[in-house]
Design a protein around this ligand. Structure first.
Ligand code: AMP
Length: 592
């Protein structure tokens, strides 16, 4: 199959924002895709070359791509840069330049050349495999990129560039692909849940798609938990009060301390250990201490477990804030960081044990099993738990948890199986902050900034932040935030964000503000506020509560937590903000 055929589908998808239309385009395309290409196509649709846990990064610098475009098309570098500056999207800008060139000079675009989907994918893969930034590596990358763009048609060129620089955003969420796979390969959207189950235990949409295409529903039913294939984590809903928890979970349920660390999914088989983050990236290299300790901490040989890794003060045993763990996220000198930032590993679930999946066991059975197979010591511990039956007991346990330096409680239904990949009311979180003012903290995406004055000169003094709109796959602005930052935070933000600056506002950002600087929406930070108000300027939940108005935060403040472990799509959604707004007891006021 020619890559241009796939690019045409991308083009159609890019033009629609309606989920049903996107699904239709995908279904049509899947039906015509040769079996051996299905998984590659699924990855490419998402701008990837494999499942997230394989950590294959393409991420070529724009500068190199611009030079390669010049080499393949003979368009001057200056012209490319100028077009990019005006357009804001390098892929789109180059595509327009190729179009003009083809029209004016009969540029011999041998249609699609020999560029098959397979060849493009393989070439991209070779680029991703080239590690390092030495001259040799850059030259090789450049040659590959130039070959990809040689005589390329304008639409293929656009999407190849977007994949190369990581700006492929067709607005296709996992859910849309799952719907399309169900319709295309099993004949009915009703089978979507079965396909989703396969995805939940494999975390590999490409593999699921391939099996669905080859063996239909029968193949899909064969998916099972396998050690070293990460499982999509079960997520929790939030509640504001003990009373609300009882309304949702009934008269008797489990309360566990909610620790403020990094969630780690631990896979063990015959001495080999692998570790995955909540976003299912492989984080093995950051935690050599976990890798070393796990075989000693378990009485069985094969297992998949979940634990919260928490930084501690080794002298006092006190828990330290989540931020401390981020020092471990480095390529070099990890051993030093392990000594400097020691942790404990606090287990809370078991998903697989001794050759069997535990996902369908009830919570109580899993906890019992976890207690049985775990050897507790100074490093490995089981998270404190208590079965509670009334508000007073919850309140008391919450106080204990906060006094021990935790964030609050996780409340869990006693019978519930492990619902991989799902957020629901079988797990609830009750945090301390939820009990005051707005009654909640929000995880928001940094989309822009305003330069600071005085002490903050040369830094980003105020940040513009957004929620995630999961229907539209966009990031609507919700407020500006300029309080709660320490000098260290300001430096940290500058360091992290200066790599994410874009020349023009990313098309997924929805905002009428004139920020001094725009960022790719990637960094998630935690914000508290006093109230949610209707706003004529901000765009969260636009026109949902009142036509023409969005929602905004009043008196927002940074809590000090950078949520490195959260992807922007995991930030607080418009729906969550609407729910909080509706839950406010105060009469809301409009702000200008
Ligand atoms: P949040 O990040 O606020 O959505 O809260 C969910 C996170 O809390 C999980 O992803 C875990 O990293 C963390 N967590 C801490 N303690 C527990 C626990 N006892 N059970 C489940 N998750 C926990």
């Amino acid at each position: 199959m020619k890559f241009s055929v796939l690019a045409e589908t991308f083009e159609k998808m890019e033009k629609t924002t309606k989920r049903l239309e996107l699904t239709d385009h995908l279904v049509d395309f899947f039906k015509n895709t040769p079996l051996d290409l299905v998984s590659k196509v699924v990855y490419l649709i998402q701008g990837k070359l494999g499942p997230d846990y394989e950590g294959i990064e393409i991420g070529v610098a724009e500068k190199i791509v611009i030079k390669a475009v010049h080499r393949s098309t003979a368009i001057e570098v200056k012209r490319i840069e100028e077009a990019y500056r005006k357009d804001g999207d390098l892929g789109h800008a180059v595509s327009k330049l190729i179009e003009q060139k083809t029209q004016t000079t009969l540029f011999d675009a041998v249609e699609g050349q020999s560029q098959t989907v397979e060849w493009v994918y393989d070439t991209l893969f070779k680029i991703a495999e080239l590690a390092g930034s030495g001259k040799n590596v850059v030259d090789k990358k450049m040659n590959y990129i130039a070959s990809l763009l040689n005589n390329v048609d304008s639409i293929s060129g656009k999407f190849i560039i977007k994949i190369l620089i990581g700006t492929m955003r067709l607005g296709v969420a996992d859910n849309t692909i799952l719907d399309a796979l169900a319709i295309a390969y099993t004949g009915s959207k009703d089978n979507r849940e079965k396909i989703e189950n396969a995805y939940n235990v494999s975390s590999d949409l490409g593999k699921v798609a391939k099996v669905a295409a080859k063996d239909g529903l029968e193949g899909i039913k064969q998916f099972k938990v396998i050690v070293f294939d990460p499982i999509r984590p079960m997520l929790a809903d939030r509640v504001k009060s003990e009373k609300e928890a009882i309304e949702k979970l009934g008269k008797k349920f489990a309360a566990e301390f909610k620790l403020d660390g990094e969630r780690v999914q631990i896979h063990l088989e015959n001495g080999r250990v692998d570790l995955f983050s909540r976003r299912l990236e492989n984080i093995r290299s950051y935690y050599p201490d976990i890798v070393e300790n796990i075989p000693k901490s378990l009485k069985i040989q094969n297992a998949i477990l979940e634990a919260e890794a928490v930084a501690i003060n080794e002298d006092t045993g006190e828990f330290l804030p989540f931020q401390e763990l981020m020092h471990r996220r480095r390529k070099y000198n990890v051993d030093k960081a392990v000594l400097q930032y020691p942790i404990t590993l606090n287990f809370f679930d078991i998903l697989y044990a001794d050759g069997k999946s535990c996902l369908n066991l009830g919570y109580e059975e899993r906890r019992k099993l976890l207690t049985k197979i775990l050897v507790e010591d100074n490093f490995s511990k089981i998270i404190p738990q208590k079965v509670v039956t009334n508000e007073n007991e919850i309140e008391d346990f919450l106080e204990n948890s906060i006094n021990s330096g935790c964030e609050g409680l996780m409340l869990k239904d006693l019978q519930s199986p492990y619902r991989a990949g799902a957020r629901g009311s079988n797990w609830l979180k009750l945090k301390r902050e939820y009990r005051n003012e707005l009654g909640d903290s929000l995880d928001l995406v940094v989309i822009g900034a305003f330069f600071g004055k005085g002490r903050r000169t040369g830094k980003y003094g105020t940040l513009l932040v957004a929620t995630y709109n999961d229907d539209e796959d966009t990031f609507p602005s919700i407020c500006k935030v300029g309080t709660g930052f320490t000098d260290e935070n300001l430096d940290q933000f500058y360091q992290i964000l200066s790599n994410k600056v874009t020349l023009k506002k990313n098309p997924r950002i929805i905002s009428d503000m004139e920020a001094d600087i725009w960022f790719d929406p990637e960094l998630v930070i935690e914000i508290v506020a006093s109230e949610i108000t209707l706003s004529p300027i901000h765009k969260t939940a636009q026109s949902t509560i009142r036509k023409g108005s969005g929602l905004a935060l009043r008196f927002p403040k940074f809590t000090g937590k950078i949520r490195m472990e959260k992807s922007p799509e995991n930030a607080s959604t418009d729906q969550e903000v609407i729910a909080l707004y509706k839950g406010q007891t105060k009469i809301t006021r409009e702000i200008d």
